[in-house]
Design a protein around this ligand. Structure first.
Ligand code: GDG
Length: 466
């Protein structure tokens, strides 16, 4: 959410989002110059719409069915009605000709609902997670409704070029519309005129300056030293930072590390792996099982290879303040990002932004959006455990000169596309799309953003800002 704060302030906009607790009815209020329009969700909405359809249907489906998605009609009904509630609230607060930017997969029906109610609005949508290939997407019983919902937008943004391609293919297969990258031609229907929709990649990023400033602060530097000291000053500290989610490949990285200790290619006296696994979606069964599996594996590795004075894995199942995250990034010689599928992965970009000393090695999964940009990381396929093991050893042994060369290139890339560049590019494309559509939306006087995931995932102590 912090990522979008400057945009909101500049636009004098309103943020439409979940109130953060079930059954909490709040009036619109102003927070630090931003108008907040809270949407109330009941306990049943949270079960069916959020934990159900969003997190147990769409999330696994869009992440290449790493876990099996559940399809329940009551969940879908709830998804439709909550999306309608968001749309109604946005309609109410939006001035004539306003620009609305809808965030993420929990609100895919909102663009069409808005267009039907308010054709004067300029509507953008950004999908923070991947959009799957048609062979997978087509499992969804409500696939056409989702596609139609999204096509209500003027611009649909994705993390990767491949995601935008998957979406366009789904449009062709399901609706037969013609597409010429990045434009999709939506034909006239009833009273609604023919329109063009743009579907393309806008890779999201972080506030690079803010992160680097944090990393440079003396308190964070001192804390990084302290962390190294408290871990017994091992030769190498490896770090993983993830929500405890099955998409992140935490089990794969533990397997590779455990085998390296077993093979004797790494020694517990020389290396410690710190794994921050921040609690996530704990009411969804798949997530409860995942936690058990990961904690069993960590326990086994520590039991098998740890000594009284050296722990193999330091496992932390809680959230930390941003300062602590920055200190961990500075303390880590090797950063492991082994996601099996990830829209972008901001952790990879944060690690790079924090390393103003041009040191540290990023091991990065090819299945993250970030790997499209961060080409000089050590790119890995997390399913290939032998390849992952080799990459870890290579990272541990990499000479300083190569580390510096790679990190410099990574830092240049992250600087070129920071979060301001991301939001400006999206909003400029949106304004141009609307202008060329010739409907003359006029000046945008209000931005309304529907955002649930971030509110839910990032509210308790010290969860990040976006
Ligand atoms: C979704 C998509 C896409 C994590 N633990 C703590 C903490 N974090 C912060 C990280 C980072 C953020 O949470 C996680 O962002 P990611 O991008 O890595 O992953 P998702 O949460 O799955 O995000 C993803 C993203 O949306 C944006 O579009 O990149 O692909 O899945 O900022 O630092 N922050 C703090 N304490 C923690 O314990 N302070």
């Amino acid at each position: 959410m912090t990522a979008l704060e400057p945009v909101m302030r500049e636009a004098d906009g309103a943020w439409v989002g979940w109130a953060g607790q079930p059954d909490l009815e709040l009036e619109t209020f102003d927070w630090d110059g931003i108008r907040i329009v809270p949407i109330a969700l009941s306990v049943a909405d949270l079960e069916n719409y959020y934990e159900g359809f969003s997190n147990d249907t769409l999330w696994p489906l869009y992440h290449d069915v790493i876990a099996p998605p559940s399809y329940h009609r009551v969940w879908w009904d709830s998804y439709v009605s909550v999306n309608q509630r968001f749309a109604n609230a946005i309609v109410k607060v939006s001035a004539q000709g306003a620009t609305v930017w809808v965030q993420d997969y929990q609100l895919q029906l909102v663009p069409r609902m808005l267009r039907q109610a308010r054709p004067d609005l300029t509507i953008g949508f950004f999908n923070h997670i991947p959009f799957p290939a048609y062979g997978i997407f087509s499992q969804l019983p409500w696939r056409s409704q989702i596609i139609e919902g999204l096509l209500g937008a003027d611009v649909i943004g994705f993390q990767r070029v491949a995601d935008a391609g998957n979406f366009s293919r789904a449009v062709r297969r399901l609706l037969g519309y013609s597409t010429k990258t990045p434009v999709i031609d939506v034909p006239a229907r009833g009273e609604a005129p023919a329109r063009s929709v743009i579907a393309r990649a806008f890779p999201i990023s972080i506030d690079v300056d803010a992160f680097e400033t944090l990393a440079r602060s003396p308190a964070v530097q001192a804390r990084a030293e302290q962390i190294r000291h408290d871990l017994g000053n091992p030769k190498t500290i490896m770090l993983g930072v993830d929500r405890l989610d099955y998409t992140k490949g935490i089990g794969h990285r533990l397997k590779a590390f455990g085998e390296l200790l077993e093979d004797g290619r790494l020694k517990v006296e020389d290396i410690t792996m710190v794994q921050v696994a921040s609690p996530s979606r704990e009411r969804v069964e798949t997530y409860r099982q995942l936690r058990d599996e990961i904690e069993l594996t960590v326990g086994r590795i520590n039991g098998d290879y740890g000594t009284i004075s050296h722990q193999a894995v330091s496992y932390l199942h809680h959230g930390f303040p941003r300062e602590e995250m920055a200190a961990l990034y500075i303390a880590a010689d090797v950063m492991l990002v082994t996601a099996l599928r990830d829209g972008m992965n901001l952790v990879a970009k944060e690690y790079v932004a924090a390393r103003f000393d041009d040191d540290g090695v990023l091991v990065l999964s090819e299945f993250t959006g970030a790997s499209d940009e961060l080409r000089t990381a050590l790119l890995i396929n997390p399913h290939d455990i032998d390849g992952l093991k080799d990459a870890i050893v290579r990272a541990v042994e990499m000479p300083r000169s190569e580390r510096r060369k790679r990190m410099r290139t990574l830092r240049k890339r992250v600087r070129e596309n920071d979060v301001t560049h991301w939001s400006e590019t999206f909003l400029r494309t949106l304004a141009e799309a609307r202008r060329s559509a010739g409907t003359g939306a006029g000046n945008s006087s209000m931005d309304a953003l529907g955002e649930l995931e971030w509110t839910v995932e990032r509210s308790p102590n010290a969860r990040p800002s976006g």
